[in-house]
Ligand binder design. Structure first.
Ligand code: JB2
Length: 215
Protein backbone atom coordinates (compact mmCIF):
# COMPACT_ATOMS: atom_id res chain seq x y z
CA UNK A 1 0.00 0.00 0.00
CA UNK A 2 2.84 2.37 0.81
CA UNK A 3 5.00 1.51 -2.19
CA UNK A 4 4.18 4.72 -4.11
CA UNK A 5 4.46 7.00 -1.07
CA UNK A 6 7.41 9.31 -0.54
CA UNK A 7 8.66 12.05 1.80
CA UNK A 8 10.48 15.03 0.25
CA UNK A 9 13.43 16.70 2.03
CA UNK A 10 13.23 20.42 1.27
CA UNK A 11 10.34 22.86 1.10
CA UNK A 12 12.06 25.49 -1.02
CA UNK A 13 11.95 26.28 -4.72
CA UNK A 14 13.36 22.96 -5.82
CA UNK A 15 11.15 21.13 -3.33
CA UNK A 16 8.08 22.62 -4.95
CA UNK A 17 9.09 21.50 -8.42
CA UNK A 18 9.96 18.03 -7.12
CA UNK A 19 6.62 17.69 -5.29
CA UNK A 20 4.76 18.39 -8.53
CA UNK A 21 7.02 16.15 -10.56
CA UNK A 22 6.60 13.22 -8.16
CA UNK A 23 2.84 13.72 -8.04
CA UNK A 24 2.64 13.87 -11.83
CA UNK A 25 4.55 10.61 -12.11
CA UNK A 26 2.31 8.58 -9.82
CA UNK A 27 3.80 9.17 -6.36
CA UNK A 28 1.87 10.28 -3.31
CA UNK A 29 3.94 12.85 -1.44
CA UNK A 30 2.92 12.29 2.19
CA UNK A 31 4.92 15.13 3.63
CA UNK A 32 7.98 17.36 3.50
CA UNK A 33 10.82 17.91 5.95
CA UNK A 34 12.60 21.24 6.11
CA UNK A 35 15.25 22.94 8.24
CA UNK A 36 12.46 25.38 9.10
CA UNK A 37 10.06 23.04 10.93
CA UNK A 38 7.10 25.44 11.23
CA UNK A 39 3.84 23.72 10.27
CA UNK A 40 2.62 24.85 6.86
CA UNK A 41 1.78 23.36 3.50
CA UNK A 42 3.59 23.53 0.19
CA UNK A 43 1.30 22.90 -2.77
CA UNK A 44 -1.07 21.25 -0.32
CA UNK A 45 1.58 18.92 1.15
CA UNK A 46 2.25 19.33 4.89
CA UNK A 47 5.67 20.25 6.28
CA UNK A 48 6.01 17.62 9.01
CA UNK A 49 9.02 19.12 10.80
CA UNK A 50 12.77 18.98 10.33
CA UNK A 51 14.75 15.89 9.37
CA UNK A 52 14.43 14.66 12.95
CA UNK A 53 11.00 13.27 12.01
CA UNK A 54 12.47 10.93 9.39
CA UNK A 55 13.29 7.96 11.68
CA UNK A 56 9.69 7.86 12.92
CA UNK A 57 8.36 7.99 9.36
CA UNK A 58 10.61 5.08 8.44
CA UNK A 59 9.47 3.10 11.49
CA UNK A 60 5.86 3.73 10.45
CA UNK A 61 6.62 1.91 7.20
CA UNK A 62 7.30 4.76 4.79
CA UNK A 63 9.95 3.38 2.44
CA UNK A 64 10.86 6.19 0.03
CA UNK A 65 12.49 9.61 0.34
CA UNK A 66 13.49 12.20 -2.24
CA UNK A 67 16.06 14.88 -1.46
CA UNK A 68 14.97 18.15 -3.08
CA UNK A 69 17.88 20.48 -2.42
CA UNK A 70 19.47 22.49 -5.20
CA UNK A 71 22.79 22.74 -3.36
CA UNK A 72 24.87 19.83 -4.64
CA UNK A 73 26.78 19.12 -1.44
CA UNK A 74 23.75 19.38 0.83
CA UNK A 75 21.71 17.16 -1.50
CA UNK A 76 24.40 14.50 -1.51
CA UNK A 77 24.80 14.66 2.27
CA UNK A 78 21.06 14.39 2.93
CA UNK A 79 20.77 11.52 0.46
CA UNK A 80 23.34 9.59 2.51
CA UNK A 81 21.40 10.42 5.67
CA UNK A 82 18.13 9.18 4.17
CA UNK A 83 19.75 5.97 2.96
CA UNK A 84 21.35 5.39 6.35
CA UNK A 85 17.86 5.59 7.82
CA UNK A 86 16.75 2.86 5.44
CA UNK A 87 14.84 4.88 2.85
CA UNK A 88 15.08 3.96 -0.82
CA UNK A 89 15.65 6.94 -3.11
CA UNK A 90 13.48 6.79 -6.23
CA UNK A 91 13.89 9.01 -9.26
CA UNK A 92 11.57 11.94 -9.97
CA UNK A 93 11.10 11.91 -13.72
CA UNK A 94 8.56 14.32 -15.14
CA UNK A 95 6.12 12.82 -17.63
CA UNK A 96 6.86 15.96 -19.65
CA UNK A 97 10.55 15.02 -19.99
CA UNK A 98 11.86 12.88 -22.84
CA UNK A 99 14.10 10.13 -21.54
CA UNK A 100 15.61 7.74 -24.07
CA UNK A 101 14.92 4.08 -23.30
CA UNK A 102 18.67 3.51 -23.57
CA UNK A 103 19.59 6.20 -21.03
CA UNK A 104 20.71 4.97 -17.61
CA UNK A 105 19.68 6.72 -14.43
CA UNK A 106 21.06 6.20 -10.93
CA UNK A 107 18.89 6.78 -7.87
CA UNK A 108 17.49 9.98 -6.41
CA UNK A 109 17.75 11.67 -9.82
CA UNK A 110 15.44 14.56 -10.81
CA UNK A 111 14.54 14.96 -14.48
CA UNK A 112 12.25 17.97 -14.68
CA UNK A 113 9.66 19.09 -17.26
CA UNK A 114 10.93 19.62 -20.78
CA UNK A 115 14.31 17.99 -20.18
CA UNK A 116 15.63 15.69 -22.89
CA UNK A 117 17.95 12.79 -22.10
CA UNK A 118 19.18 11.24 -25.30
CA UNK A 119 20.50 7.81 -26.29
CA UNK A 120 22.84 6.04 -23.88
CA UNK A 121 23.34 9.06 -21.65
CA UNK A 122 24.13 8.23 -18.03
CA UNK A 123 22.87 10.23 -15.05
CA UNK A 124 24.61 9.63 -11.73
CA UNK A 125 22.88 9.35 -8.36
CA UNK A 126 21.21 12.53 -7.04
CA UNK A 127 21.82 14.44 -10.28
CA UNK A 128 19.38 17.18 -11.26
CA UNK A 129 18.50 17.66 -14.91
CA UNK A 130 16.50 20.81 -14.53
CA UNK A 131 13.66 22.25 -16.58
CA UNK A 132 14.28 22.20 -20.32
CA UNK A 133 17.91 21.05 -20.09
CA UNK A 134 19.29 18.84 -22.85
CA UNK A 135 21.66 15.96 -22.17
CA UNK A 136 22.70 14.58 -25.53
CA UNK A 137 23.71 11.04 -26.48
CA UNK A 138 26.49 9.33 -24.53
CA UNK A 139 26.89 12.14 -22.00
CA UNK A 140 27.90 11.14 -18.50
CA UNK A 141 26.58 13.31 -15.69
CA UNK A 142 28.28 12.56 -12.38
CA UNK A 143 26.69 11.93 -9.02
CA UNK A 144 25.26 15.02 -7.36
CA UNK A 145 25.76 17.23 -10.42
CA UNK A 146 23.18 19.80 -11.49
CA UNK A 147 22.38 20.75 -15.08
CA UNK A 148 20.39 23.95 -14.60
CA UNK A 149 17.34 25.05 -16.64
CA UNK A 150 17.90 25.29 -20.36
CA UNK A 151 21.54 24.18 -20.29
CA UNK A 152 22.69 22.04 -23.21
CA UNK A 153 25.27 19.28 -23.07
CA UNK A 154 26.15 18.22 -26.62
CA UNK A 155 27.12 14.63 -27.39
CA UNK A 156 29.64 12.72 -25.20
CA UNK A 157 30.13 15.51 -22.68
CA UNK A 158 31.30 14.39 -19.24
CA UNK A 159 30.24 16.33 -16.16
CA UNK A 160 32.05 15.37 -12.97
CA UNK A 161 30.42 14.68 -9.62
CA UNK A 162 28.97 17.73 -7.90
CA UNK A 163 29.52 20.08 -10.83
CA UNK A 164 27.01 22.81 -11.67
CA UNK A 165 26.25 23.77 -15.26
CA UNK A 166 24.44 27.12 -15.04
CA UNK A 167 21.17 28.04 -16.69
CA UNK A 168 21.35 28.32 -20.45
CA UNK A 169 25.00 27.30 -20.69
CA UNK A 170 26.08 25.27 -23.70
CA UNK A 171 28.85 22.68 -23.65
CA UNK A 172 30.55 21.58 -26.86
CA UNK A 173 30.69 17.88 -27.75
CA UNK A 174 33.17 15.69 -25.86
CA UNK A 175 34.20 18.40 -23.40
CA UNK A 176 34.95 17.24 -19.84
CA UNK A 177 33.85 19.29 -16.85
CA UNK A 178 35.73 18.39 -13.67
CA UNK A 179 34.22 17.39 -10.36
CA UNK A 180 32.84 20.31 -8.36
CA UNK A 181 33.34 22.80 -11.20
CA UNK A 182 30.88 25.63 -11.78
CA UNK A 183 29.93 26.90 -15.25
CA UNK A 184 28.23 30.30 -15.17
CA UNK A 185 24.81 30.88 -16.65
CA UNK A 186 24.81 31.49 -20.38
CA UNK A 187 28.40 30.35 -20.89
CA UNK A 188 29.71 28.57 -23.96
CA UNK A 189 32.17 25.91 -22.86
CA UNK A 190 34.50 24.92 -25.67
CA UNK A 191 37.34 23.27 -23.78
CA UNK A 192 37.77 21.05 -20.73
CA UNK A 193 37.17 22.60 -17.31
CA UNK A 194 39.38 21.45 -14.41
CA UNK A 195 38.04 20.10 -11.14
CA UNK A 196 36.59 22.82 -8.86
CA UNK A 197 37.21 25.57 -11.44
CA UNK A 198 34.69 28.38 -11.89
CA UNK A 199 34.29 29.48 -15.50
CA UNK A 200 31.93 31.83 -17.31
CA UNK A 201 31.49 33.73 -20.54
CA UNK A 202 31.48 33.13 -24.28
CA UNK A 203 33.80 31.37 -24.67
CA UNK A 204 33.97 30.34 -21.02
CA UNK A 205 37.11 31.43 -19.14
CA UNK A 206 38.17 30.96 -15.52
CA UNK A 207 36.79 33.59 -13.15
CA UNK A 208 39.02 35.11 -10.49
CA UNK A 209 37.61 34.74 -6.97
CA UNK A 210 36.53 38.42 -6.84
CA UNK A 211 34.56 37.98 -10.08
CA UNK A 212 32.47 35.12 -8.69
CA UNK A 213 28.98 35.63 -7.35
CA UNK A 214 28.19 33.93 -4.04
CA UNK A 215 26.52 30.52 -4.41
O1 JB2 B 1 19.29 19.98 6.19
C1 JB2 B 1 18.24 20.34 5.66
C2 JB2 B 1 18.04 21.64 5.11
N1 JB2 B 1 18.83 22.74 4.98
C3 JB2 B 1 18.09 23.68 4.37
N2 JB2 B 1 17.17 19.48 5.59
C4 JB2 B 1 15.97 19.82 5.04
N3 JB2 B 1 14.99 18.91 5.01
N4 JB2 B 1 15.76 21.06 4.51
C5 JB2 B 1 16.78 21.93 4.54
N5 JB2 B 1 16.84 23.21 4.12
C6 JB2 B 1 15.70 23.88 3.49
O2 JB2 B 1 15.83 23.75 2.08
C7 JB2 B 1 15.61 25.38 3.75
O3 JB2 B 1 15.01 25.66 4.98
C8 JB2 B 1 14.76 25.83 2.57
O4 JB2 B 1 13.37 25.77 2.84
C9 JB2 B 1 15.10 24.81 1.48
C10 JB2 B 1 15.95 25.40 0.37
O5 JB2 B 1 15.12 26.27 -0.37
P1 JB2 B 1 15.64 27.28 -1.46
O6 JB2 B 1 14.47 27.76 -2.21
O7 JB2 B 1 16.53 28.28 -0.82
O8 JB2 B 1 16.62 26.41 -2.37
P2 JB2 B 1 16.31 25.08 -3.21
O9 JB2 B 1 17.44 24.18 -2.95
O10 JB2 B 1 14.95 24.59 -2.98
O11 JB2 B 1 16.35 25.60 -4.71
C11 JB2 B 1 17.54 26.13 -5.28
O12 JB2 B 1 18.02 25.22 -6.26
C12 JB2 B 1 17.09 24.96 -7.30
C13 JB2 B 1 17.67 23.91 -8.19
C14 JB2 B 1 17.19 27.47 -5.91
O13 JB2 B 1 18.36 28.06 -6.38
C15 JB2 B 1 16.21 27.27 -7.02
O14 JB2 B 1 15.95 28.50 -7.67
C16 JB2 B 1 16.75 26.25 -8.01
N6 JB2 B 1 15.75 26.01 -9.05
Amino acid sequence: MREREVVVLGAGGHGKVVVETLAASGWRVVGITDADPRPRTVLGVPVLGDDGVLPALRREGLAHAFVAQGDNRLRTRLAALAEDLGFALPNAVSPAALVSPSARLGRGVAVLPGAVINAEAELGDFAIINTGAIVEHDCRVGAGAHIAPGAVLAGRVEVGPGALIGAGAAVRPEVRIGAGAVVGAGSAVVRDVPQDAVVAGVPARPLRPEERSPQ
